[in-house]
Design a binder for this molecule. Structure first.
Ligand SMILES: Cc1cc2nc3c(=O)[nH]c(=O)nc-3n(C[C@H](O)[C@H](O)[C@H](O)COP(=O)(O)O)c2cc1C
Length: 326
């Protein structure tokens, strides 16, 4: 049974990848994930806010003595390097101990830091980089064109400055989803991860305060991902990696049938432990064997949108009268 595939130009033994999260921030988990058959691991994102926070904390400690003065830039650069180096240590360790691809992940908000940090990630030795560009368009002043420009400026500049493959992890919030994903794929990225799951906010009506909604996905969140992958897989010029709502090996199979090249899992690893990666891989192989498939290419994309009746079901957002009466 062959579950080999390619992701971002890298040979991998399984299409099931450990997605970016706290679990992938730890070398022993990374080793367990490899042992359990993960095709690749995507490390926890480095967030620019985290680094800026470290810089501010350090500066506030030295402020009474120095009042920042000329040393601001020096200290800021030093603290940023220090914060990043802790993470790069994990990349170097993972590259030493693992055989599967180690993919870095980064989330910035300033244009300059996208450039600076990304180059440093490449130097640290990761095999590829996932740009966590899950931007929620919450500003009324932000138009589709602004979002478009933001993405294209960052991607075009990064592509010129780094040589490792780059994938973009996007949110579920775009007005022109199909059109925009296609244009992203034309910008020369190697992959698009659809989708990041937004950390939702809830309101505690007893304490009268804001709180976080559960951070783990539920199994029924798979359907939105499944729909968009099926619709877009034949239209993009890059790999598609599925993320959000994959909890079982049956879900992995569905994503592959919809056309995903790889399938990322996170919440199910939190719920069942990192060794659950083995169950997912075994389940995929069992299903392939039950259907008489020897390789992924024999069934991948079987349900991707083509001009036929069955696939057009992915376009419907409401039951048509005809179905509603059944
Ligand atoms: C605790 C936790 C931490 C996460 N941290 C990151 C992160 O650092 N970077 C990132 O791109 N996604 C992060 N994610 C999002 C996941 O990578 C994934 O896209 C999301 O959880 C949906 O996949 P799932 O349904 O398999 O959980 C995190 C998710 C969880 C639950």
């Amino acid at each position: 049974m062959d579950t080999k595939t390619k992701y971002l130009g890298l040979e991998i033994e399984s299409p099931i990848i450990a997605g970016s999260c706290g679990l992938t921030n730890d070398i022993s988990n990374l080793e367990k994930l490899e042992a359990a058959g993960a095709g690749a691991v995507i490390l926890k994102s480095v967030f620019e806010e985290q680094i800026i926070y470290d810089i501010k904390r350090n500066l506030s400690m030295m402020a009474p003595v120095d009042n920042y003065g000329m040393s601001y830039e020096y200290v800021a650069a030093h603290v940023a390097d220090d914060s990043l180096n802790k993470h790069f240590e994990l990349i170097r360790e993972a590259k030493k101990r693992l055989h599967i691809p180690v993919i870095g992940s980064i989330n910035c908000y300033s244009f300059e830091n996208w450039m600076t940090y990304t180059r440093k990630f490449q130097d640290a030795g990761c095999d590829a980089l996932e740009l966590n560009m899950a931007i929620l368009p919450y500003e009324t002043a932000l138009s589709c064109e602004d979002v478009d420009r933001l993405f294209s400026d960052i991607i075009n500049t990064l592509r010129k400055s780094v040589t490792i493959p780059i994938s973009i992890k996007v949110s579920q919030n775009f007005t022109d989803m199909a059109n925009f994903m296609q244009r992203l794929s034309w910008m020369g990225v190697s992959g698009i991860t659809m989708f990041n799951k937004a950390l939702n906010v809830d309101i505690d009506i007893d304490k009268m305060e804001l709180t976080h909604a559960p951070s783990l996905s539920s199994p029924d969140e798979i359907y939105n991902t499944l729909r968009w992958i099926a619709i877009l897989t034949k239209k993009l010029r890059c790999d598609i990696s599925a993320s959000t709502g994959v909890h079982t090996s049956a879900d992995v199979v569905k994503m592959l049938l919809a056309g995903a090249g790889t399938v990322q899992v996170v919440s199910c690893l939190y719920k069942n432990g990192v060794d659950y990666m083995k169950t997912l891989n075994e389940g995929l192989k069992e299903w392939m064997s039950s259907k008489g498939y020897d390789s992924l290419s024999q069934f991948r994309g079987k349900f991707a949108v083509k001009p036929n009746e069955q696939a057009s079901m992915f376009f419907r957002t409401q039951f048509m009268k005809h179905f509603a009466q059944l």
